[in-house]
Write a protein that binds this ligand. Structure first.
Ligand SMILES: Nc1nc2c(ncn2[C@@H]2O[C@H](COP(=O)(O)OP(=O)(O)OP(=O)(O)O)[C@@H](O)[C@H]2O)c(=O)[nH]1
Ligand SMILES: [Mg+2]
Length: 190
């Protein structure tokens, strides 16, 4: 979080984290569409995220301009160094879960990856604003929400559902992480 009180600008970094192909890039593409923004993507021909996606979103509040720099990590393990680099300076995380039954274990394991990535920069998973998004709710083998809430969750963190490919739940998810970051900022400035 960078605060420039002279200019009234606060900058937050939000990272979309989660297993490969869970829909992180789709989330920010849809978010860009609804907010009329452009996404800068670095990907391969197959559209797998190679480096990262990035966009910024500005919101005005209480005389401040809040700027959100939004990134997605590449979920594939071969790009772990890039993933770790992207996590530097993160303020808030959207953890995108693939609801498919086949990917349950991977999703669970990736929560530990997130914890390690945060630790790398001295951040504690408990104190970091995190929203867990259960994406791909349209899949025929999507696990029931109660199962995901039990198996792929973190104590005290909010969860939400999405069908990112149809734009469903995308803005709601972003608004949740934004709220948490704004709350944290308000507490900081008193
Ligand atoms: N059925 C379904 N497919 C989805 C949904 N969201 C994304 N997808 C598809 O899942 C695939 C992967 O989506 P991406 O957004 O590229 O996933 P990613 O998490 O960025 O993947 P990496 O960059 O490799 O980590 C694409 O074919 C998307 O169209 C969804 O809600 N439902
Ligand atoms: Mg991607």
């Amino acid at each position: 979080m960078l605060i420039d009180s002279a200019k009234g600008v606060v900058r937050f970094k939000v990272v979309y984290h989660g297993v490969a192909q869970s829909g992180k890039t789709t989330n920010i593409e849809q978010l860009a569409k609804t907010s009329d923004l452009d996404v800068l993507s670095f990907d391969t021909k197959e559209e797998r995220t190679l480096v990262f996606d990035y966009m910024t979103k500005k919101v005005s509040m209480d005389g401040f301009t809040l700027t959100f720099s939004i990134y997605t990590i590449p979920g594939q393990d071969i790009y772990r160094d890039i993933r770790k680099m992207i996590m530097r300076g993160v303020d808030g995380v959207v953890f995108v879960v693939d609801s498919s039954e086949k990917r349950l274990q991977e999703n669970k394991d990736f929560l530990k990856v997130l914890e390690e990535d945060l630790k790398l920069y001295g951040k504690n998973i408990k104190e970091t604003p995190i929203v867990i998004q259960y994406n791909k709710r349209d899949l025929p083998d999507a696990l029931p929400i109660e199962v995901l809430k039990r198996e792929v969750s973190l104590p005290g963190k909010r969860t939400t559902e999405a069908v990112a490919v149809q734009g469903k739940g995308v803005e709601e998810t972003f608004n949740m992480i934004m709220e948490e970051l704004v709350d944290k900022f308000r507490k900081m400035v008193g």
